[in-house]
Design a protein. Sequence first.
Length: 204
Amino acid sequence: MTVKSHNRIARPAAWSLVALLPAAALCTLGADADSAAKTRDAAAVAASTNAAISPQDQADALHFVIAADREMYVRAFAAAPAGARPGRIWPSPCELLRRACESIQSQGAEFSYALRSLHSLDPRNEPQTELEQKGLEFIASHPTGTFSGQEMLGGRRYFTVVYPDLPATASCVDCHNRRSAATPQRFKVGDVMGGIVVRVPLEF
């Protein structure tokens, strides 16, 4: 009797368990599918955020900011009365750009930028690498173009872009022509006077 009673109780319980198994399996499959979908979504987001920004995009973005800041300073410098901007208080636009780059490098920035020219008034702004030399020669005759390539510097690979640097005001041309009177180069408004070199690392 006990056995029969037990069987009568056990069978419904067993059937209930069997009936629940497909539902549990479906829930598990649903959880796995949901988990897999989330994993795929996370991978897609990671790919879109990491792979979408190329070295060229990074260099271009940096150049936009550098060129905009440079232009605003040049216009303010040119508009200020000469007596109100002695060299020690108002550095020349070229000097300011060099100081800013040095300041960023001293803080450990991975990227770098510099003003370079084939007709520089300051030896520190002369081309320092073969790519810079070739880039400056290229943009001198292609004022709307850029020159780019890879360099190995200090044991690390960099993506380097040379952007044309055109004078923002006529006073830039006048200043350079006046100070470079001993050289045959004479600039006019619209000429490429040099280049802004931007480097982003390809190895970290």
